[in-house]
Design a protein. Structure first.
Length: 297
């Protein structure tokens, strides 16, 4: 059983085994480690409001849990976790009826993306190392520069970039591209059209000496697995503080999308590049300052 579940619930908790089975099934269907961590955390919190058998689960404790959460954005995410678990339980004949059918959907207004300024991004990346780094630049700093620039120039989610494998890259001249493994097991291909970035990536791989496995590894000697999202986030915050700039890591992706929209790239192309399931999400970027429209006006 998942040691985190055992630590928080104990093996004898009536929901422990079902939660473990649910997470195992999600993992087997291709859920990312980041998604699994989020589900585990949200559902462990939920068990504080529901400690009976899963067959006895009803709407009131779920409603009570979502009310206690408070923030709408957090409640929406946790509602999705509980809904997914309940749906799984019904499918496995652990619940006769889905109690989520009696819980109204939470509607949260979508906030506009907050892209970081290009000058600020350039300042932080430059503080890590230059695009033409000296030979004495530590490998971990070179790794970090390539990692964060991957997020920026490809518009990937941070967790997607951290999980990239050498096999995902095709660096044949004039056809450089990368396969991004996104949410729900989707895969999209992103053209690597920034020659400076491609040169930096090749330099990093040459210095690292990797032939297979994760591109961004957790240790300098390359014996560990991929760098975790939490570790990447912590390192990015450190570089931002050193550069005197306040940028969240996900703002790199927002900046990339906004730059494409302002350059006149179509919504559908941007949607595919970012891996959005719906153009409705991509269209939020058109509500930001549009340099093309400003120029025409």
């Amino acid at each position: 059983m998942d040691p985190v579940i055992v630590e928080h619930l104990g093996r004898e908790h009536p929901l422990a085994r079902h939660l473990d089975d649910f997470l195992t099934d999600r993992k087997n269907t291709g859920a990312s480690p980041h998604t699994l961590r989020a589900y585990r955390g949200d559902l462990l919190q939920f068990t504080a409001h529901c400690d009976g058998e899963i067959a006895e689960l009803t709407a009131p404790p779920i409603r009570e849990f979502l009310t206690a959460v408070g923030a709408l954005s957090a409640a929406t995410r946790k509602r999705a976790a509980v809904a997914s678990w309940c749906k799984w339980a019904v499918r496995h004949d652990l619940l006769d009826a889905n109690p989520m059918d009696k819980i109204d959907t939470i509607k949260v207004s979508k906030n506009l993306p907050r892209p970081a300024a290009t000058a600020d991004i350039t300042k932080v990346l430059g503080s890590i190392c230059s695009r033409r780094p000296r030979k004495d630049v530590p490998l971990d700093r070179l790794r970090d520069r390539v990692l964060f620039e991957t997020i920026y120039v490809c518009g990937t989610r941070a967790a997607e970039a951290c999980s990239l494998d050498l096999d995902d890259f095709d660096l044949r001249q004039d056809d450089e591209h990368v396969r991004i493994h996104g949410k729900g097991g989707t895969v999209r291909t992103v053209l690597l059209d920034d020659h400076g970035y491609v040169a930096l990536l090749k330099l990093y791989l040459s210095r690292a000496g990797y032939r297979f496995g994760p591109v961004f590894r957790a240790s300098i000697n390359g014996t560990d697995g991929p760098l975790s999202y939490d570790a990447a986030h912590h390192r990015w915050q450190g570089y931002c503080e050193a550069a005197g700039v306040d940028i969240e890591i996900h703002q790199l992706r927002h900046a990339h999308a906004t730059e494409l929209i302002n350059a006149g790239v179509s919504i559908e192309v941007v949607r595919r590049r970012l891996g959005h399931a719906s153009t409705e999400t991509t269209q939020l970027y058109t509500l930001l300052a549009d340099d093309v429209a400003d120029t025409e006006i």
